[in-house]
Design a protein around this ligand. Structure first.
Ligand code: 5GP
Ligand code: MG
Length: 467
């Protein structure tokens, strides 16, 4: 079986009223983080759950969902990737132990999962799936049985895991949020009308008429109750490893991730890009939707006019994950069509957040030319992606990247552009206004914040501190 991906979204709530409708709404707000499967688990004497393949409003409806009651619960949306679409990977994952029942929603990827699994197997443990989430829940169940103390069990589990994990946990009727000590994936806490919640992104609390309070700190465990939340922390490295791609592409523009509003960061990146990679042109257009902030920043920085360049059909499924090249090509055409008066006879700058394989941009450049553009220049917010991500973004093999073994000139040729420019690493860091040593940029510079077999580890990891 292919290794499942975990670029996902998670939520959790402790309320004084039925939690299921709130969890459903919260998951709809972070639907962009995963469209393959959705699920929630609530506590009502026992843990009860509804989960399945599909979008949140499809999975969480009908008799089974309407019958859910219980004031506490967690939820999960899972990201779609090729080869791994199956019901058994749906979350929350639920298990029952002599110390009680527990449910888990996981965003991230555990890098030492295979090693930990092999070790446990040699001690006689059996596993049902090859997922890293099963490892988390099994270790946690074991620790819970041994210690009988939820927080101690979570801490002991964290000690065994290496990599990216933001977790929504339900242990019996208790709700916890957990963020790995390097803080790869986001997680935040908010006040809701009838209690407290955790969510992958702060936009959840806006939509639920709640109040975003703060990020869960790297290495922090929070427990939610309807009237308060409490917090403990485990020791971790001095430097963090926030995934830069959350701001560049993944998170919603209206979310605040680790203190930085995503839209503002994207505009900063666009301004840097204009400064570093200027071009003589008539009009700036964005590849919707994730390229918009970058393009607006570019227009502002360059003084060039910004126009809507494409109609996006939002009812078409995503092209990024389609297994076959010709399907992907068709998909891009179905999804985007140029607006002729914007591009015809013009020197056009197309701005997007990232080039991964280059498939999308090649198609886009060609359609803009067909619509009559005189020149097509491409500017990209994210520096060239060259190295695999082991922390939960679906960029796994070097062969797939347009930037592997190609100069910028050659990539420009590949996508058939008149010119191509990327924001520099330094420019990206400045735009983020976060020290480089607290960011994970492994997919750009191949320096990994944790030990990954066969890859180079970045320097900071050895500086362990107690807090
Ligand atoms: P490419 O064709 O170069 O592989 O895809 C790049 C395009 O996909 C960009 O427009 C970018 O916004 C988008 N993209 C980048 N990373 C991801 C991802 O992890 N998932 C999805 N669905 N799209 C992505
Ligand atoms: Mg895009």
């Amino acid at each position: 079986m292919d290794k499942p991906e975990h670029s996902c979204g998670i939520v959790g709530t402790a309320l004084t009223c039925n939690a299921a409708p709130t969890l459903k709404k919260a998951l709809r707000v972070i639907q962009h983080r995963g469209q393959e499967s959705a699920g929630i688990a609530v506590f009502d004497e026992h843990i009860k759950f509804v989960r399945g393949m599909g979008l949140v409003h499809e999975v969480l409806s009908g008799r089974e969902f309407n019958a859910l009651s219980g004031n506490v619960g967690i939820g999960h949306v899972r990201y779609s990737t090729t080869g791994t679409s199956s019901v058994e990977n749906c979350q929350p994952m639920v298990v029952s132990t002599s110390a009680g029942e527990l449910a888990l929603g996981h965003n991230g990827d555990i890098v030492n999962a295979d090693k930990v699994r092999a070790k446990l197997q040699s001690e006689g443990w059996a596993f049902l799936t090859s997922t890293d989430s099963e490892i988390i829940i099994r270790i946690l169940a074991n620790e819970l049985t041994q210690t009988g103390d939820a927080v101690k069990a979570i801490k002991n589990t964290m000690r065994m895991l290496d990599g990216a994990y933001s977790l929504a946990l339900m242990i019996g009727n208790r709700i916890f949020g957990v963020r790995d000590p390097l803080g790869f994936r986001p997680l935040c806490i908010g006040k809701l009308q009838n209690g407290y919640g955790i969510a992958s992104e702060s936009a959840v609390f806006d939509v639920l008429h709640g109040e975003f309070m703060r990020d869960v700190a790297p290495g922090e465990i929070v427990e939610l109750t309807p009237d308060r939340f409490s917090s403990t922390r485990v020791p971790g490295p001095v430097h963090k490893a926030h995934c830069m791609f959350e701001w560049v592409y993944f998170a919603r523009p209206d979310s605040i991730v680790d203190g930085k509003e995503v839209y503002r960061v994207r505009k900063n990146i666009g301004r840097k890009l204009a400064e570093e990679q200027p071009v003589e042109a008539d009009v700036v257009v964005a590849v919707p939707d994730s390229g918009r902030g970058h393009a607006l920043g570019f227009a502002e920085g360059s003084g060039l006019k910004y126009e809507e360049g494409f109609m996006k059909n939002r009812y078409v499924e995503r092209t990024f994950i389609m297994p076959e090249q010709n399907l992907r090509d068709e998909g891009v055409l179905l999804k985007l069509n140029p607006i002729k008066s914007t591009v015809s006879g013009k020197r056009v700058v197309i701005v997007d957040d990232s080039i991964v394989r280059g498939t999308t941009m090649r198609k886009i450049v060609q359609m803009v030319r067909r619509a009559g553009a005189k020149e097509v220049h491409v500017r990209i917010g994210c520096p060239p992606i060259r190295a695999p991500c082991y922390y939960g973004i679906d960029m796994k093999t070097r062969e797939q990247f347009a930037a592997t073994n190609r100069s910028i000139e050659e990539i420009s040729h590949l996508i058939t552009a008149n010119s191509l420019g990327y924001t520099s690493l330094k420019g990206l860091v400045e735009a983020l206004e976060i020290p480089e040593s607290d960011l994970c940029m492994a997919c750009l510079n191949a320096e990994y914040p944790t030990n990954v077999p066969g890859e180079r580890m970045r320097f900071q990891q050895r500086l362990e501190v107690e807090i």
